[in-house]
Design a protein around this ligand. Structure first.
Ligand SMILES: [Fe+2]
Length: 204
């Protein structure tokens, strides 16, 4: 079945379909874009701290854990216009599953302002896991993203293959599916990257 007849059969012709990060033209108005790229929210959790330092590198020599470059671009809800000067904040636990909730070092916490291409990047470690009641939460990194004229995003990313995703009510929610990310082995030196592009909704 080709794409058009599938859409017709599914009754979604007026809505349109797109892959993540792509837009399609609305069938009834070829000048209008409709997309499904907006990044979904997740819970803030109890461990957010204001005023994390603006820095690329969250790691120190004494931190255990695999280093990873976490990077991406921030876009508007046309799914393609980069947003510069967006404040991307991340926070996570360390390899032992511990958050730094008090120290002035703001361990495993940082913010970054996107450049003209909407790009951000952090060097961090793959987070450990911690218990939420009886169960472990899957490894995750928290995000808070703010930009002028856009709705604030609070979210989390998870990692493909994590055995704790299925039992976690937030990670296993269908709205989180595009936030379960592959960890990419970039080269033979063991350098790892994770890419998370972020799509903000405009203010209403
Ligand atoms: Fe958390």
């Amino acid at each position: 079945m080709d794409r058009k007849s599938f859409l017709k059969k599914a009754g979604f012709l007026a809505i349109g379909f797109s892959a993540f990060g792509k837009v399609v033209r609305a069938a009834d108005d070829p000048t209008a874009f409709e997309g499904d790229c907006e990044t979904t929210n997740d819970i803030l959790g109890p461990f957010y701290r204001e005023d994390a330092p603006i820095r690329y590198d969250l790691t120190t020599q004494t931190d255990r854990g695999s280093r990873v470059i976490l990077q991406g671009q921030v876009f508007g809800d046309d799914c393609e216009t980069p947003i510069k000067n967006a404040l991307v904040e991340i926070w996570q636990c360390d390899a032992d599953g511990e958050y730094d909730n008090t120290s002035p070092a703001f361990r495993m916490r940082a913010g970054w302002k996107t450049d003209n291409e909407g790009e951000y990047a952090f060097k961090t470690i793959l987070p450990g896991k911690y218990k939420n009641g009886r169960l472990y939460r899957p490894a995750h990194i928290h995000f808070r993203v703010r930009a002028d004229n856009h709705q604030e995003l609070v979210s989390q990313v998870y990692f493909e293959g994590d055995p704790h995703i299925n039992d976690d009510p937030w990670a296993s929610h269908p709205s989180a599916s595009k936030r379960i990310l592959p960890i990419v082995l970039e080269d033979t030196k063991g350098n790892l990257t994770v890419r998370f592009d972020i799509y903000l909704k405009s203010n209403p």
